[in-house]
Write a protein that binds this ligand. Structure first.
Ligand code: G4P
Length: 194
């Protein structure tokens, strides 16, 4: 088990409905030393890639992206979520459906902060159905920039997002991939990674 899997095993709580609570170290209270290890691991996994920008989405992606960014010496841009906005042409916009929250958000990034020269690493905390990621990829494409890689903390491997994104040909690196979990016993099965 790697450091993140160990931490999930120790402090993660499996809830009914296939939800993993990690709010004591990842998406409410944040363990910065853990984030730092995650940043180093992303650097190792994306070694050799030319990355000049990190893109994430509010809220929980921001902390992870900021700590990781120190290893890439790149600025972080976070996509903002909005219920409905007046589009003035200065923004890239994608629609993101949340299955968890059962709503639709518009996700926006100012055109000032993403352009065709950018080589982007996308970072986020969870990958489940992949809707948020699809929205971010769409925004990068609209900007004419390139997605050099995608770094995720926790992938729920039993939901379709990871498969879909890998099938599109992206280098997707998830530090922990959960293939199954059981709320009754608290068991979490991690996918073996090379
Ligand atoms: P998707 O983006 O992969 O399609 O996932 P989905 O719509 O199913 O998830 C919506 C939100 O719920 C996302 O955060 C996602 O990170 C989070 N999520 C999904 N499964 C789990 C889980 O098992 N545990 C936890 N803790 N979160 C999960 P969000 O709404 O964008 O929230 P935030 O970043 O503002 O905190």
């Amino acid at each position: 088990m790697n450091f993140l899997e160990e931490r999930i095993k120790k402090d993660g709580i499996v809830k009914e409905g296939n939800i993993l609570k990690v709010d004591s170290f990842l998406n409410h209270q944040m363990d910065i030393e853990l984030f730092n290890e995650m940043g180093k691991e992303f650097q190792r996994r994306f070694e050799g890639k030319e990355i000049n920008k990190i893109l994430t989405i509010e809220a929980s992606g921001i902390g992870i992206a900021c700590i990781a960014a120190q290893y890439f010496h790149a600025p972080v841009v976070f996509a903002k979520k909005a219920k409905s906005i007046n589009l003035d042409g200065d923004m890239y916009v994608a629609e993101v459906v949340s299955f968890t929250h059962k709503n639709v958000n518009q996700v926006i990034v100012s055109k000032k902060f993403l352009n065709k020269e950018d080589k982007v690493l996308i970072i986020d905390d969870f990958l489940a159905n992949g809707c948020a990621l699809q929205g971010l990829i769409q925004i990068v494409q609209e900007a004419g920039a390139s997605v050099e890689g995608i770094g995720i903390a926790v992938e729920k491997g039993f939901q379709p997002g990871g498969h879909m994104i890998r099938n599109l040909g992206y280098q997707l690196e998830s530090l922990a991939i959960i293939d199954g979990m059981d709320a009754e016993t608290g068991t979490i099965n991690f996918r073996k990674q090379g």
